[in-house]
Design a protein around this ligand. Structure first.
Ligand code: ITT
Length: 199
């Protein structure tokens, strides 16, 4: 039964853990790196979300031999040719500051008419040594100044299609009505469900 399987979530980002646990509810127990006692600065050297997600789950699999998954997410802005994309965490430099990243994004977009953007999440699942990828996309718009205190990263400047509020103005449950991460996680759950009925 997949419900009782041990699945490590290979991330150091607690916001991601909270959001995914909110989607999973009671359906599946995930173990964070912290809970597994793993302290690892997982490298993300590649130039696609897919390659980075694969690299992260492979890294933790090599370390533990356990079934695991990871995810890589980027904000892809149309008028910036898909940037910051895979560089989202370090857009304004290695210090990974959310505020500095947002400032750089807003200044690069200042002269642009088209403010459409999307979040894209790629999950890499490594189970029984085999990999599966799942994608989730949330389309929306970048506004001109920050609104809201919740969430993380670019949430204060992103309004998802179908809402007039930023992700940072939404509770976790509300964000999960729209979220890229939720859509990718639901595909992961559907896959694990199918796997358990076929066993
Ligand atoms: P890992 O340990 O999982 O790698 P990370 O924070 O390094 O955690 P990413 O490499 O996926 O995660 O970085 C993506 C960056 O994109 C992240 O630092 C945020 O700035 C931004 N981001 C990702 N998901 C987001 C979301 O749901 N809302 C707002 N910003 C998000």
């Amino acid at each position: 039964m997949y419900k009782h399987m041990k699945l490590i979530f290979a991330t150091n980002n607690q916001h991601k853990v909270d959001e995914i646990r909110n989607v999973l509810g009671q359906t599946l127990d995930i173990i964070t790196l912290k809970e597994a006692g793993i302290e690892a600065d997982i490298p993300e050297p590649y130039d696609t979300l897919e390659a980075n997600a694969s690299g992260k789950s492979a890294y933790i699999f090599q370390l533990t031999g356990a079934d695991c998954f990871s995810e890589d997410t980027g904000l892809e802005v149309a008028a910036l040719n898909g940037e910051p994309g895979v560089k989202s965490a370090r857009y304004a430099g290695e210090h990974r500051s959310f505020d500095a990243n947002i400032d750089k994004l807003l200044s690069n977009l200042a002269a642009k008419q088209d403010r459409s953007a999307r979040f894209r999440t790629v999950i890499s699942l490594l189970i029984d040594g085999k990999e599966m990828l799942f994608e989730g996309i949330c389309n929306g718009q970048i506004i001109t100044e920050k609104r809201g205190e919740l969430g993380f990263g670019y949430d204060p400047v992103f309004i998802p299609e179908g809402s007039d509020r930023t992700f940072a103005e939404m509770s976790l449950e509300e964000k999960n009505r729209f979220s890229h991460r939720k859509k990718a996680t639901e595909k992961l759950v559907a896959f694990l469900n199918k796997l358990s009925t076929n066993h």
